[in-house]
Design a protein around this ligand. Structure first.
Ligand SMILES: CC(C)(COP(=O)(O)OP(=O)(O)OC[C@H]1O[C@@H](n2cnc3c(N)ncnc32)[C@H](O)[C@@H]1OP(=O)(O)O)[C@@H](O)C(=O)NCCC(=O)NCCS
Length: 285
């Protein structure tokens, strides 16, 4: 294999404008009295409807404008939309409502030309929003486009975590990501599950990806699973139970196929022996 670390790119010519924009958002969010819904509305209106940004109320009420335009403009205000978690009985409104405007800004930005696949600006915006959404977040958080959360407020994120495009982080029961965790494109990490008899019976349980864990393309980690330090879940796998440290699990249900060569000696238990130890329990330790 070739060693191909990410390369640097020159600064964008528009960087100073971006710096001013991000700084204004940063300052607004740092104010404890910040009206986050209004901040979200003004930000999204400035991006998508600049002609109406200064007279938002008048335009939304203007019968001469097409209804779809008025609705789209109104939807820049998170108070005019519902997000799926708001329908959940276990949604803690006292925690979710302050987070909702920032999630709506995050998701909506990703669907504009300013956001979309604009990596450099998107990463900076999401890094700025994350501390106001998650319970905790460390240094250098890096999220690509179209990442979704359930509540957001039940996320604990370590340093140098990378979340690639189109990842679902269902933090309904809580998700803890250790340092240097990487989650690849289209992966799903769940922390709630339903009774097979009555889907209204829900179990919320924290899911943990320890330091150095990699969840690869299109893999799914079910609620309550602990992926131990440096564990890896292969492409398309479904982790239904705990993943041993330094082990590589693949398939459905995911099972160990190898131990990373850099594993400390106590983790050098062979995949075959590991599968005899019963570590594939749902929920795990
Ligand atoms: C997890 C992964 C790295 C394992 O690679 P590996 O250690 O080289 O494993 P091997 O290719 O030697 O495969 C070992 C066995 O598991 C099987 N296997 C490998 N990956 C599999 C997968 N995703 N699903 C099912 N089986 C898989 C192989 O067919 C092989 O089976 P065999 O012994 O019966 O022939 C690789 O499967 C994977 O998913 N790569 C995703 C790409 C990636 O690295 N993404 C991260 C981006 S950040």
């Amino acid at each position: 294999m070739a060693f191909l670390p990410l390369r640097g790119l020159p600064d964008r010519a528009i960087s100073p404008v971006a710096g001013d924009w991000l700084e204004s958002l940063h300052a607004a969010l740092a104010d404890p009295g910040c009206d986050r819904a209004l901040l979200c509305r003004r930000t999204l209106a400035a991006i998508s409807f600049p002609e109406y940004a200064a007279n938002w109320e008048t335009a939304v009420a203007d019968p001469k404008l097409p209804p779809a335009t008025r609705l789209a403009l109104a939807s820049t205000d998170p108070r005019n939309v519902t997000l799926e978690p708001e329908y959940y009985a276990d949604c803690d409104d006292a925690r979710f409502q302050p987070v909702k405007p920032l999630l709506w800004l995050w998701y909506s930005f990703d669907r504009t030309p300013l956001g979309g696949q604009n990596v450099w600006l998107g990463v900076l915006l999401r890094r700025l929003l994350a501390p106001h959404v998650f319970r905790t977040v460390g240094e250098n958080f890096k999220a690509f486009q179209h990442v979704e959360f359930t509540f957001g407020y039940n996320m604990d994120v370590g340093d140098n975590v990378v979340v690639h495009r189109h990842v679902l982080l269902d933090d309904r029961g809580g998700i803890r990501l250790g340092h240097n965790v990487s989650i690849s494109d289209y992966a799903n990490v769940y922390s709630h599950t339903h009774s097979i008899v009555d889907q209204r019976e829900v179990t919320n349980v924290q899911t943990v990806l320890e330091d150095g864990v990699r969840i690869t393309y299109h893999a799914t980690v079910l609620a309550g699973v602990h992926v131990k330090e440096q564990g890896m879940v292969g492409a398309m796998a479904v982790a239904t139970g705990d993943v041993r440290p330094y082990h590589v699990y693949v398939g459905i249900p995911a099972k160990s196929v190898r131990v990373k060569p850099n594993a400390p000696s106590q983790d050098l238990i062979s995949p075959t022996a590991a599968s005899r130890t019963g570590e594939h329990r749902v929920g795990g330790e």
